[in-house]
Design a protein around this ligand. Sequence first.
Ligand code: 5AD
Length: 328
Amino acid sequence: MEVLSKSKIIALLSDEKNEQQLWQQADKVRQENVGDEIHLRGLIEFSNICRNNCLYCGIRKGNRFALRYRMSEEELILTVKKASQMGFKTVVLQSGEDLYYDQARFCRIIEAIKKFDIAVTLSIGERTYEEYKSFREAGADRYLMRIETTDKDLYHKLDPNMSWQHRYECLLMIKELGYELGSGIMVGLPEQSIESIAEDLLFLREIGVDMAGIGPFIPHPQTPLAKEQGGTLALSLRTMAVMRLLMPDINIPATTAMESLHPEGRIQALQAGANVVMPNVNSSEYMKLYELYPNKPIEGFSQSDIAKKIENIGRTIGKGYGSHKHKE
Ligand code: 5AD
C-alpha cells in the first residue's frame, strides 16, 4: 500500500467535488481491513470539573456558567456495571482534568470495574508517568487523548497555559506503557489550514495510534471562540476518510460532534471509513452538563435503535473487545 504524500493528502482534503469517491474508497479500505463489525464503547463522562482553560471547550475552568458535577466513586462503578449489563465490552471513562480522582482513587476504581470483564479506556488528560503506570498496572487497557492540532503556535494560542510538547510526551509515555493509544484532532479550528490538517494526519500515523478520533470544532457560546466559524461535517468526513487510507487497520470512531452537525452524521461517518461508535451511557442530566460544544445529541442509548441503524447499512455489532488488530 502506497503511503500518501503530504501534497496528495492536501489534494484529497481540498477536493470537495470528488468527496463521494473518497468516502467510498475509505469505506472499501475499512471493509477489507477491519471488516463489517462496528464496535460499541460505552462512554461515561464522570466529571466535568477541569483545571484547564482551553479556549474552545465548554467545560473550561473559566466558564462560570457551566454547572459542575462529579460522580462519586460508587456511582462511577455502578455506571460501569450498568454499561456492562447493557452488553458493552468496552467502557470509556472520560472527564475534565479533575485531580480529585488521584492515583489511589483511580486505581481502586479500575480494579473494581475490571471484575466486570470489560476493556477499560481512560480519557482523563495529562497525568504523570507514575500515574499512567499505576493505572495500567491496575488494569486499564487503552488511553484516549487527542493532540487536538499539531500546529504548536495554534495549540498554545488555544490554551496559553498548556504545552504541546508535554502533551506529546504524555502520548509517548502512554504508548510505551503498553496501552492501546487513541488520539485525534479537531477540524475547523480558527486559523487551522488544510496543510496543518495534513500534518496532523501524518503525525497520527507517525506515532502509531491504535485509534484516531476526528471531529469538527463546534463553537460553544460561553467560550472566547463563540463567534468563530467552526468546522464542517464534509471536511471532517474527508479528514477521517484520509485517515482510514493512511492507517487501514486502526479503529476510527464516528464521533459525536459529527452527529451534532447533522442528524445522520455518525451514520455517514460509518460509511466513510469509521468502525466504532461511542454511545453515551450517562443519564440525560449528566449528558447535558458535559457540554464541550452545543447541540450535543442528548439521547439515551438503546441497543435496539443502534442495532437497527447498523443493520440498515449492512453492518453488524462487534461481539468482542474490539481491540486494534494489526493486519501485518
Ligand atoms: N468542539 C468540538 N470538539 C471539542 N472538544 C472540546 N471542545 C470542543 C468543541 N468546542 C473535543 C476535544 C477534546 C474532546 C474530548 O472533545 O478534541 O479532546
